[in-house]
Design a protein. Structure first.
Length: 68
């Protein structure tokens, strides 16, 4: 007995792979956005550093005031 392949079954005709297309679109968007995300990190770094220094300085002042 000979069986023949159904073209629809072989090529996936009638099915749409939206998950694969969404993954590709997400990767493209992230690739395009990466330089801007990096720029935001670089621009925010000095403000974060100054905030950290102020926070640790304030904690040290409070600790010294409680001790003495």
């Amino acid at each position: 007995m000979r069986t023949t392949a159904n073209i629809a079954a072989v090529t996936g005709y009638g099915t749409t792979d939206y998950a694969g297309a969404a993954k590709v679109a997400k990767n493209i968007v992230l690739f395009a956005a990466a330089p801007f995300i990096g720029l935001a990190y670089a621009a925010a770094f000095p403000f974060v550093a100054v905030g950290m220094l102020a926070w640790y300085g304030a904690r040290a002042v409070v600790k010294k005031a409680r001790a003495g």
